[in-house]
Design a protein around this ligand. Sequence first.
Ligand SMILES: *[C@@H]1O[C@H](CO)[C@@H](O)[C@H](O)[C@H]1NC(C)=O
Length: 221
Amino acid sequence: MLLAEWKDNASCLTLNEPILYKMAVLIENKEVYSDEVSVTPGDIGSTHSWNWTSHVPLQCASHTFRLKSQINSQMSQLEQENTLHGETGSGMEKVFPQDAVLEVGSMATFCCIVPDGEQFDKMYLSGSTGRNMSTTQISEQRYTLTVQLEEVWDRCVDVLCETKEPTKRQYGSCVYVGYPPDVRDLQCETRDLESVECLWKEGRDTMVKVKSPTVYQLNGR
Ligand SMILES: *[C@@H]1O[C@H](CO)[C@@H](O)[C@H](O)[C@H]1NC(C)=O
């Protein structure tokens, strides 16, 4: 998730009309989303925030947030811009996210940063553990694979990225796919008003116990 926070310029504090903020998100310098927020005179001077969840993991590509303001249909010349750079791909890892724990049935996006001098061939999940797979090129050396995840029992699934001959190499990341914890029939009882005994049942297995064991905690009161 991208979370942006900003304040109005001090010169706006005396305004009697709303400020219209226009924001845009660019992924690898291509605009993918835009939105606007109107700040009424009573809210001018407070901190404003705005968030947006990218379908592309933030490690995969640069995400740029742009903010412009408009008062009385007069667009300000000033533009605020902030860029989160993704991974460069210069390390060992080329496929992202690494080591993720994801939910069965969700649409997941993985990416491959192809090293210079190599040519992308394909991206896929090992075994048939996903539906509606599609691959997209998002910049010269960056590709994404979008897939609807199917369940896998307590082991990780390889997300593979292969490059073409003559280098023909394989890069990967191993991800876990499961369910959120399923607590049922919680009952607590006290006989002495000092101690309490709680019992519950575990419903469906999370299928990710190896990577992410379920931890139970008493709320503290
Ligand atoms: C993100 O925006 C939504 C909708 O405006 C809001 O309900 C939510 O609290 C925001 N989340 C964060 C972390 O600011």
